[in-house]
Design a protein around this ligand. Structure first.
Ligand code: SIN
Length: 329
């Protein structure tokens, strides 16, 4: 066993907790579906993994304690500013964000777009609550802190650490409703793997091609962007309702290559002519949606990630051509 490192010599990692299953609790240790997410505080999460003190000096702060479906834009704006301020401290080496897995991919993506630091930011969650047999949260948290403390993690954008995998927040999606090995990026693969408690990266630091970066200074609210899900027989009614209801942009999770029904396509073309942005993404959650006559093609972005790109671009009143360019078209 290696000799323990003096605590003061270890990198300082700040853990910002937002809730989710990693902080979930149930009366039964076999309950992995009906537990209460966001029930345990950050101090208890850290106390449950004393091994963390061998890899980093950690301090924990509670930003929220909710299911990730309730991590809204206000929480994300607060979290983004908090991360930026935390990383500006020369004593801080990196940040870990504990988060529910359901919306982790899009929250980590939002942070990737809005935090401008080369220091590591690592999102982590768990598929089993803290009270379950073989809960995955403690090892995931230890891995995330190890990753945030590692010099190798710098300059790679926001990372996602679950089930020993190291993913890029820009590309990673949740791919399975209940399995522990749920986060992945089929097309782009993983950045690396946690091997015997150490990050092993497959590549030298590199950022995703074309990744936009948004300044959120002075922004208190993001414009409303709605997401619609494609289905057979779909007409323009929900799109019309979104526009009438105050949405400044809409993302459609289209079928296949962002395909829309004929009647929806026509309405999108009418909205194009009025300068109202409609992004065509894909409900298949994978692949690259290519440009067509109607709307803006989402490129590699899933519907929920395309929503954040569009909202952040609209917040800066960017013209359609500039918005289009963020999606690679
Ligand atoms: C949530 O996303 O908050 C609940 C589900 C999870 O964390 O796995």
């Amino acid at each position: 066993m290696p000799a323990p490192t003096a605590a003061s010599a270890l990198p300082h990692v700040v853990i910002l907790a937002t809730g989710g299953t990693i902080a979930g609790s149930s009366d039964s240790n076999t309950d992995t579906t009906d537990y209460l997410p966001g029930a345990i505080g950050v101090a208890d999460l850290i106390a449950a993994v004393p091994e963390i003190t061998q890899v980093a000096q950690v301090s924990g702060h509670q930003v929220a304690n909710v299911a990730s479906s309730d991590v809204d834009q206000q929480v994300l704006l607060t979290l983004s500013r908090r991360i930026t301020a935390t990383l500006a401290d020369p004593q801080v080496h990196g940040v870990v964000v504990t988060h529910g897995t359901d919306m982790l991919a899009e929250s980590a993506f939002f942070i990737d777009l809005t935090v401008r630091s080369t220091k590591p930011v690592v999102f982590v969650g768990a598929m089993r609550p803290a009270t379950a047999i073989s809960a995955d949260g403690p090892m995931n948290l230890l891995n995330a802190v190890t990753l945030a403390a590692s010099a190798q993690s710098a300059g790679r954008g926001t990372l996602v650490a679950l089930n020993d995998r190291i993913g890029s927040a820009y590309y990673t999606l949740k791919t399975h409703a209940t399995s522990l090995d749920t986060f992945g990026a089929d097309e782009q693969g993983y950045l690396g793997l946690m091997v015997a408690g150490k990050p092993h990266f497959y590549f030298e630091p590199a950022l995703p091609t074309g990744r936009p970066s948004f300044d959120i200074a002075g922004l208190d609210r993001l414009p409303r962007v709605d997401v619609l899900y494609a289905h057979q027989d779909q007409g323009p009614e929900l799109l019309d309702a979104a526009v009438a209801g105050g949405a400044r942009g809409v993302v459609i999770a289209g079928s296949g290559n962002g395909t829309l029904t004929e009647s929806l396509k026509q309405r999108v073309q009418e909205l194009d002519a009025r300068g109202f942005p409609v992004v065509r993404s894909s409900r298949t959650h994978n692949g690259y949606v290519t440009p067509k006559a109607e709307g803006i093609a989402s490129g590699i972005h899933s519907p929920s990630k395309a929503r954040w790109v569009l909202a952040l671009a609209l917040a800066r009143n960017e013209p359609l051509a500039q918005i289009r360019a963020h999606f690679g078209a």
